[in-house]
Design a protein around this ligand. Structure first.
Ligand SMILES: [Zn+2]
Length: 309
């Protein structure tokens, strides 16, 4: 069966809706809920990475497996220095049907879905969509793609050679569209959707807080530089109302401990002083890095000393 008209657009808007605008990650089971005009078309490849359903001429999606912190990905899919993403061919034959499927999407400038693994057992994926294949680098056996709002933006990013301010801005946005939701889902999965400080368990009220600002332009921020936090504790952490020692003990700024106010101050902050973090990742590799915490805690102590609010 050839690709039914409107399928791609329907898949992309379904994913947008189902993931709260690209924020939440999905399991394979979640993805099975998609249906389009009784076609039975799946969104993600059952086994391999590139998904070209049935006799469709172009690929619909491609997938990158989750790699645990500290492990090397099975094969290298990376962001180039130019800020665009790379995806390896299936095997080494340029004419493998799946490679042809991605090339077809390039020629026809079709929107695709990139499923990026953010957790294992069960596997969870961040659906990044739309993405556009904008080039191929046969010498490296890979495709080049961009996460952009629309096809014009994607190809403009790819073709304009000049490093203008506008281009740098667009590239930064294109990368942020990928990195922010992926970082959020990785951190929230590692903390089983609970605030590290108070255990609140409503993902829509949770953020992935950076311990130190993530200035690394090369890749997805690491889970060890993150903490799942509710909105209040995230803001309190960023603004030094609350500090976390490298041994995971919470401290509240001392002048706040003196203040008398309502239940949020009393239960939400003061009573947490001296407590250990209530939720930390099961896997040691996912836990907050002590050096990064030390850095941030030092800033907290300085801010406390100088009375910065
Ligand atoms: Zn909290």
């Amino acid at each position: 069966m050839v690709e039914p008209e409107g399928l791609r657009e329907a898949a992309i808007s379904w994913l947008q809706m189902r993931t709260d605008g690209g924020q939440e990650s999905l399991t394979r089971e979640d993805l099975n809920d998609f249906s389009f005009a009784d076609t039975g078309t799946r969104l993600i490849a059952p086994m391999q990475g590139i998904w070209k359903p049935g006799n469709y001429s172009a690929a619909l999606s491609f997938r990158t497996s989750y790699t645990e912190p500290g492990k090397t990905p099975p094969y290298e899919d990376s962001t180039g220095a130019d800020g665009r993403f790379r995806y390896k061919w299936r095997g080494t034959d340029p004419d493998h049907p799946e490679n042809i499927g991605l090339r077809e999407a390039l020629y026809r400038r079709l929107p695709l879905i990139w499923f990026r693994g953010v957790a294992m057992n069960p596997a969870r994926y961040q659906a990044i969509t739309p993405v556009y294949i904008v080039d191929e680098e046969p010498e490296h056996q890979q495709f080049v793609f961009v996460a952009a709002e629309d096809v014009e933006a994607a190809f403009e990013l790819s073709e304009s050679a000049h490093e203008t301010v506008a281009r740098r801005y667009l590239l930064r946005m294109a990368k942020a569209r990928v990195h922010q939701p992926v970082f959020r889902s990785m951190v929230l999965s590692a903390y089983e959707n609970r605030c590290a400080v108070c255990m609140l368990a409503h993902p829509s009220l949770l953020d992935a807080a950076h311990i130190v600002p993530d200035n690394d332009e090369r890749g997805v921020a690491a889970v060890i530089n993150g903490l799942a936090m509710c909105k209040i504790h995230h803001a309190a952490f960023d603004r030094f109302f609350l500090g976390i020692r490298p041994d995971y003990v919470v401290e509240i700024r001392h002048d706040l401990l003196e203040e008398a106010d309502g239940p949020m101050l009393r239960h939400g902050l003061q009573e947490l002083h001296g407590n250990s973090l209530m939720s930390i990742p099961k896997s040691r590799r996912d836990r907050p890095n002590a050096d990064l915490l030390e850095d941030k805690y030092e800033q907290f102590r300085n801010a406390t000393k100088n009375g910065v609010a």
